[in-house]
Write a protein that binds this ligand. Structure first.
Ligand SMILES: [Zn+2]
Length: 282
């Protein structure tokens, strides 16, 4: 649902773009569009704007390694940039977030080589197990619209600049809308509600020892996206394939990164079927 004051969410924009794909305007429409565009006089960009655009592009395109000097430049360029809504300058905290988004994860060529070397010779437990083309297509389709490149994230971040979430700074105690919204998605009404399952305790044998065993079996690699714990810089989650937290058989457990684990909250039946097959065939 679009928030108040925002035109479209990124998701709906993506959907619209998708819907437009492959469509071709009629010859007449194209002519009209071309004429219409000629009529629009383009405002010349100020030197300042051009400089900012150039800076933003160079950073997001080159992606990873950003020298201190450039960071300073970005910081300077963004300093005092007004919010498009309230004319207030952006907070220091917000600016830091934007800079972070523009820079992305600093992974040098050297580091990448090191990761590559470290992974060399390791064989994932799923290696050689091939997904059918149909399955690949399904995965690809379900992933569409959910993978964001660093460039894309930076663009989103820029697009969000100055936009204020409808509930920012408000609480259920002080704002009726916030209270109502909270009520509307509470507990059983929440889309992820699974009959109160998450309140059930994990089986006692699901402990760190078992999780370590599963992560080791999976080569410390997310079994969905193939990122390693080393690359991610954090431990993998151990997921219960059938969502039954008391079923701690190793065939019911699989290592997933935080992002992929998050995806398993949706389309649970599909995920169970898919991951079951994966582990069975391993
Ligand atoms: Zn993953």
């Amino acid at each position: 649902m679009p928030r108040k004051g925002q035109k479209h969410t990124e998701e709906s924009k993506m959907k619209m773009r998708k819907a437009q794909l492959g469509k071709r305007a009629s010859a007449e429409t194209r002519k009209n569009m071309s004429v219409a565009q000629k009529k629009v006089k383009k405002k010349p960009l100020s030197e300042e704007t051009k400089r900012k655009i150039g800076l933003a592009n160079s950073v997001s395109l080159k992606g990873r390694i950003v020298p201190e000097e450039t960071k300073k430049k970005i910081s300077l360029a963004l300093k005092g940039r007004p919010s498009d809504k309230k004319g207030k300058p952006i907070s220091e905290e917000h600016r830091q977030k934007v800079i972070k988004a523009l820079i992305g994860h600093p992974v040098s060529e050297e580091t990448r080589k090191k990761i590559g070397n470290a992974n060399r010779g390791k064989v994932g437990w799923l290696k050689g197990k091939h997904r059918s083309d149909k399955t690949k297509l399904k995965i690809s389709n379900s992933r569409k619209g959910m993978v964001f490149t660093e460039d894309h994230k930076a663009n989103i971040s820029l697009g969000q600049m100055g936009k204020v979430a409808w509930n920012k700074g408000l609480s259920a105690e002080t704002d009726e809308r916030v209270r109502k919204y909270g009520e509307s998605i509470k507990g059983e009404k929440h889309p992820n509600w699974e009959g109160g399952k998450s309140f059930e305790p994990y089986g006692t044998d699901f402990d760190e020892k078992l999780r370590r065993k599963i992560r080791a079996r999976d080569n410390h690699t997310c079994q969905e996206c193939d990122f390693t714990e080393e690359q991610l810089g954090r431990r993998l989650s151990v997921h219960h394939i059938d969502y039954n937290k008391k079923n701690n058989n190793s065939e019911n457990l699989v290592s997933l990164c935080k992002s992929c684990h998050g995806q398993t909250n949706f389309k649970r039946k599909d995920w169970t079927k898919y991951l079951k097959k994966k582990v069975e065939n391993a």
